[in-house]
Design a protein around this ligand. Structure first.
Ligand code: GLA
Length: 401
């Protein structure tokens, strides 16, 4: 028996889901939408900083969505987007330069890349709303990208696989926003299966779903800390991995073994530690999938603990608040394992918790974290959600009113 999702403390404006708000606002601004798409945020159970090394990740989609209501606009109109959080933007496919700090960079980027591929659906109008906490490391930007691309493709009756959508969205991050991120966030948001975490081979993009072990739940713990300059730290780690792979003579760290580390010169001490994390993390991720296959929550939890320690000590991407909440979680009733999740430095940690203790765990961790840090963590008990979907017009009218 598994607990159902505790969404009690999710800030839903006006008590409405992102999808309902997107529809309502679209109606107010542009009239009834033809389609409504949604894509979820994610939490990664294990396999951190492995995706851009062609390795393995084991994320699941969260029950928090970004939603996009859209319709085709008459020929000659402009393609426009309205975001509940950021306001209005007009998208021009031929704009040469995009300001990477503009909130609408993701939308301009999608529009430009699709246009460059010869995709010319005619003008459209879209309205965006989200329930994914921003800057928390739960992939709100990947969800935005995947939701917009899925919706616009559907509107134009153009079919693409989840992997194709994820690759296109990753190009927006890499080429236009200027962040050399891997494929994990977009891939899980596009392809997740409800009730399952998903082992993704980031080289082949093969995915394998695994249910959470019986009687366990996933707690996502937002430390409420945010950090600037994470992008430069991320790029720095990625470069170190490339240097490490070159020094060992492998195409990427996915292809390296622990024994290969001996081939690295003494001057590459930092690179060796980074590579040590990636090589061991890939192994832990495959072992975690194996543990899930046989429903072994204890082994999964201990692998999550080892992952955190490696990220903290070898990869050096944890942070004070993340270490603090992970330690508190590990000390609390029902905890099977806890670790930072996502890019790191601030934002969220994740714990695997025995279902019968989950509510008590949630209250105790929040209380102790508040006592020790003065911050009000938000802790959500989550079931794995489904990946992106688009509802055509018949569905829209049933959804509301
Ligand atoms: C961020 C990136 C992902 C991945 C994680 C670390 O979330 O967007 O591609 O690299 O960091 O695992």
């Amino acid at each position: 028996m598994r607990r159902s999702v505790n969404m009690a403390n999710l800030d839903r404006r006006g008590g409405l889901r992102a999808m309902d708000r997107a529809i309502l606002r679209h109606r107010q601004r542009w009239g009834t939408p033809e389609v409504v798409g949604r894509a979820p945020g994610r939490v990664n159970l294990i396999g951190e900083h492995t995706d851009y090394n062609n390795g393995f990740v084991l994320p699941m989609a969260l029950p928090f969505d970004t939603a996009v209501a859209a319709r085709r606009a008459p020929e000659g109109s402009s393609t426009e987007v309205f975001s509940e959080d950021f306001g209005h933007a007009v998208l021009a496919p031929s704009t040469a330069e995009i300001d990477p700090t503009d909130w609408a960079v993701y939308l301009h980027g999608i529009h430009q890349l699709l246009h460059a591929e010869g995709f010319r659906p005619g003008p459209w109008q879209a309205t965006i709303a989200t329930d994914i906490p921003a800057g928390a490391g739960l992939s709100s930007s990947a969800a935005l990208e995947v939701a917009v691309v899925s919706t616009i493709l559907h509107l134009a009756q153009s079919e693409r696989s989840a992997a194709q959508i994820a690759r296109l969205c990753q190009r927006v991050d890499n080429e236009l926003v200027g962040i050399p991120s891997g494929i994990m966030d977009q891939m899980i948001s596009a392809s997740a299966l409800a009730g399952h975490a998903c082992l993704i081979d980031c080289r082949s993009l093969r995915t394998e779903p695994y249910p959470l072990p019986e009687n366990s739940v996933v707690a996502v713990m937002d430390t409420k800390t945010r950090r600037q300059l994470v992008d430069s730290e991320y790029s720095d780690r990625r470069s170190a991995c490339i240097r490490a792979a070159a020094a060992m003579g492998v195409e990427s760290l996915r292809d390296a073994e622990l024994a290969d580390l001996d081939r690295m010169g003494a001057e590459l001490g930092t690179e060796r530690r980074r590579a040590h994390h990636v090589i061991t993390e890939n192994r832990r991720t495959l072992d975690a999938a194996q543990a899930m296959a046989v429903g072994d929550a204890a082994v999964l939890g201990s692998l999550m603990n080892a992952s955190h320690d490696s990220l903290r000590d070898d990869y050096e991407v944890s942070g004070f608040a993340l270490d603090q909440i992970v330690e508190i979680a590990r000390d609390s009733v029902g905890c099977l394992g806890a670790r930072m999740t996502g890019g790191g430095f601030a934002g969220c940690a994740v714990a695997l918790v025995a279902a019968e203790a989950a509510t008590e765990f949630q209250a105790l961790v929040a209380q102790r974290y508040r006592d020790e840090s003065g911050l009000n963590a938000e802790i959500w008990l989550c079931e794995p959600a489904a990946g992106a979907s688009v509802t055509p017009d018949e569905g829209v009218n049933k959804t509301l009113l």
